[in-house]
Write a protein that binds this ligand. Structure first.
Ligand SMILES: [Zn+2]
Length: 252
C-alpha cells in the first residue's frame, strides 16, 4: 500500500489546503498520515497567546490545543486518514507577540527549525512515505515558513507536492510569498476533486469549529469560499511523482 504523509503546520492547514487530495488518495487505496507540527498544549498561556483563545470565546482555563487536536481527529475521520500530533509550540508561544508578528520576518531567537528537523526525520523514518504533501508558506505565517525550512533541511527522499496555503491564497489579492523562489520554477500539478471528495473536504474543514469563525466568518463563509475553488487543488512538485497518482500535470 503506498503511503502519503501530509505535513501540516497547524491543526487545519492540510485539510484547508489539500483535504480533497488527501480524501482522494485514501479512496485510491493509499495510507494517508496527516501530521501536524505545532500542537503542543501550553499551560497558563499569557499575553498574545492567551488573547488568541480569549478572542474565540475560550476562557483561560480551556486547553485550547486539546480542543483543536480533537477537531483534527474528527476531520481526519471524515477524510479517512490517520493523524500524528507533533509536540512543537505555536508561534505565539515562541516570542511572536502580535498578529502582525505572525506574518512578518521570523525572529532571530526562534530556534524551532533546529528542533523540527530531527522531529521530521524521525517522523519520515517511521511513516516511510512514498509522497509528502507540505505547504508553500503562501501568506507568510512564520510557522509555515519554519516548517518549509525544516523540511528543506531534513531533505527526505520522497517527492513532494507543495500545496497552496488556503485561505491565505485568497485573502489578499497579492498574498505574501516569502519562499516563492523555492517554488516558482517547479512544475504544477492539479487534482480535480470528484463531488464526494469535495463534500468530505468541506465537512472536514467545518470540523475545525474553533477556527471557522475568524478564518471565514462562519460555516456559510467557509462553504462559499471553498465553492470558489471550483473543486481543484493545485501544487508545485519536487521529485518524480509515483505512477498512478491522482491528478495531472498543468501549465504554471
Ligand atoms: Zn497555519
Amino acid at each position: 500500500m503506498p503511503v502519503a504523509l501530509a505535513l501540516s503546520p497547524h491543526l487545519d492547514d492540510a485539510v484547508f489546503s489539500c483535504g480533497g487530495t488527501l480524501a482522494t488518495l485514501a479512496d485510491a487505496g493509499w495510507r494517508v498520515v496527516m501530521a501536524t507540527l505545532f500542537t503542543a498544549s501550553v499551560p497558563e498561556p499569557r499575553g498574545f497567546a492567551l488573547a488568541c483563545q480569549l478572542d474565540k470565546g475560550l476562557g483561560p482555563e480551556v486547553d485550547y490545543m486539546a480542543l483543536r487536536r480533537a477537531e483534527d481527529l474528527e476531520a481526519a475521520g471524515i477524510l479517512g486518514v490517520a493523524t500524528e500530533h507533533l509536540p512543537f509550540r505555536e508561534a505565539p508561544h515562541r516570542g511572536y507577540a502580535s498578529a502582525q508578528a505572525l506574518f512578518s520576518e521570523t525572529r532571530a531567537d526562534d530556534a524551532v527549525v533546529a528542533d523540527l528537523v530531527p522531529g521530521l526525520a524521525a517522523l519520515v523514518g517511521a511513516v516511510r512515505p512514498d509522497l509528502i504533501l507540505a505547504p508553500q508558506a503562501i501568506g507568510g505565517h512564520v510557522d509555515h515558513v519554519q516548517a518549509v525550512r525544516a523540511l528543506g533541511q531534513a531533505a527526505p527522499a520522497a517527492p513532494v507536492l507543495w500545496w497552496r496555503d488556503f485561505p491565505y491564497t485568497v485573502r489578499d489579492a497579492e498574498p505574501k510569498q516569502p519562499l516563492r523562489p523555492l517554488f516558482a520554477d517547479r512544475p504544477v500539478r492539479t487534482v480535480a476533486l470528484d463531488p464526494g471528495a469535495q463534500l468530505r473536504k468541506a465537512r472536514a474543514c467545518a470540523a475545525y469549529a474553533t477556527q471557522i469563525g475568524f478564518q471565514f466568518g462562519g460555516e456559510a463563509g467557509l462553504l462559499d469560499r471553498l465553492a470558489r475553488e471550483e473543486g481543484v487543488e493545485r501544487f508545485r512538485v519536487s521529485g518524480p511523482l509515483p505512477a498512478g497518482l491522482p491528478g495531472r500535470d498543468a501549465a504554471p
